[in-house]
Design a protein around this ligand. Structure first.
Ligand code: ASP
Ligand code: MG
Length: 420
């Protein structure tokens, strides 16, 4: 059994969906669980619907949702020839779920509505692809993952109930493979025991695929992307970025932790725990081998670079020149946890400490306010955090030339430099 995950870019047009169908069809008689993201930029479009709805702009929300509907109906028209009515009915059920909600007034928290609305992106895309594949003779079974993946109600960052999910996958998904080679379902979403939809955080379908791979003891997981392989840096920022064909779980976890947009950070653990290799392959050129990620240590990696822009440096100093000891430290960590913010870098001194944070305005404000009870707080914005794994002196020099370094930290493997 294999697990595949296709990202939004692999199905952002009828041609791309057909291409994805060709790839799936080329794996004859293999058992594959397939997770598919929302089409193209649908998740972003649905986020706008949520915003309008929550701001009380019902007409705008309905209008924005209408655009999402129309783009899916247009794709349907070009993609599906025989089973149009069935397809339309299936999509319309999901449209109605959302529209019904949009006609109400928001009375619960934003994150709750976010999940109820945004989840429809993957329900629509997987329905279309599944019906299309069945129509061209690639027999498959579509499953609503909300009946399988159970989570808590921490909307937008829901936590998996592993025991329940495991049991459901074993009872309801595994037996499907007796009749079908292919099972198609959604990533990124789940449901609470109250049957409310939840989401697992942006880009969460890599993680969903890993959950299934773990529970089904898959031989491998493959993430199909529009790049040839995992790269040593973002090629848009660093044109000399290199493809890396082999990586260890450890390396990928580190890269994701420092902010590389490679794979959702939670993806690796379920795979590592069962020694399931993760492949990253290119849907534009399925002949290419791509990257394989496994427990095998990999040496001689090129410098791996991650740049995080729009960083804030918060300088916290004790108000009366006293040392920053356990008590203020633990109070500060409680604030981080309560506000759900995590420093990307921090450094302690005698009477103060420095932390570098993503510039999420609302959270920064809350943190500064809370911290000002025990510290003097100073903030500097518009900084860039550079992380280099497997650094060389030349690379550090090249990337920090002409910049003012505000804070620097180094281990044998990794250097982090906060720059102005
Ligand atoms: N569609 C969701 C997103 O764009 C989840 C995913 O693709 O992994 O974040
Ligand atoms: Mg994606």
């Amino acid at each position: 059994m294999k697990v595949f995950k296709f990202g939004g870019a692999s199905i952002n047009s009828t041609d791309r969906i057909k291409n994805t169908g060709d790839i799936i069809g080329s794996f004859k008689r293999e058992k594959i669980l397939i997770i598919i993201s929302a089409m193209g930029k649908t998740t972003n479009a649905l986020e706008k619907v949520v915003d309008a709805f929550y701001e009380g702009k019902k007409e705008d929300a309905l209008q924005l949702f209408e655009q999402v509907k129309q783009s899916h109906l247009t794709t349907l028209k070009y993609l599906i020839t025989q089973n149009r009515q069935q397809a339309e009915n299936q999509l319309k059920d999901f449209f109605t779920e959302v529209e019904w909600l949009l006609h109400d007034k928001p009375v619960r928290e934003y994150d709750y509505y976010y999940d109820q609305i945004v989840c429809c992106g993957e329900l629509l895309s997987t329905s279309l692809v599944s019906i299309y594949l069945n129509e061209i003779g690639i027999k498959n079974k579509w499953v609503d993952v909300r009946d399988i993946v159970r989570t808590d109600d921490n909307f937008r960052d829901a936590f998996i109930n592993w025991n329940y999910t495991q049991q459901k996958v074993k009872e309801d998904i595994a037996p499907l493979f007796k009749e079908y080679d292919l099972v198609i379902t959604q990533g990124f979403i789940g449901a609470t025991d109250e049957n409310e939809s939840t989401t697992l955080g942006r880009e969460g379908s890599d993680f969903s695929a890993a959950i299934f791979a773990n529970i089904l003891d898959a031989e491998s997981q493959t993430i199909w992307k529009d790049v040839e392989a995992v790269m040593s840096a973002d090629p848009k920022e660093f044109p000399d970025a290199k493809n890396i064909y082999e990586l260890s779980y450890r390396e990928v976890v580190e890269m994701a932790y420092y902010g590389a947009q490679v794979i959702h950070p939670k993806t690796i653990k379920p795979l590592e725990n069962k020694g399931i290799p993760l492949h990253v392959r290119c849907f534009l050129n399925p002949e290419l081998p791509g990257t394989v990620i496994s427990s095998k240590p990999v040496h001689n990696l090129p410098p791996v670079i991650v740049l995080k822009k729009d960083q804030v440096l918060m300088e916290l100093s004790s108000k009366d020149f006293s040392f920053v000891e356990e008590k203020p430290m633990s109070q500060l960590h409680e604030m981080f946890a309560a506000i759900k913010i995590r420093p990307n870098l921090s450094q302690n001194g005698a009477i103060g400490l420095l932390c570098c944070l993503d510039n999420k305005a609302e959270k920064i404000e809350k943190l500064a306010l809370a911290a000002s009870e025990i510290f003097d707080v100073q903030i500097e914005k518009n900084l860039t955090l550079l992380t280099i794994r497997h650094y060389t002196q030349e690379k550090i020099y090249e990337l920090t030339k002409g910049k003012t370094i505000v804070l620097e930290q180094k281990t044998t493997e990794t250097i982090q430099v906060l720059m102005r």
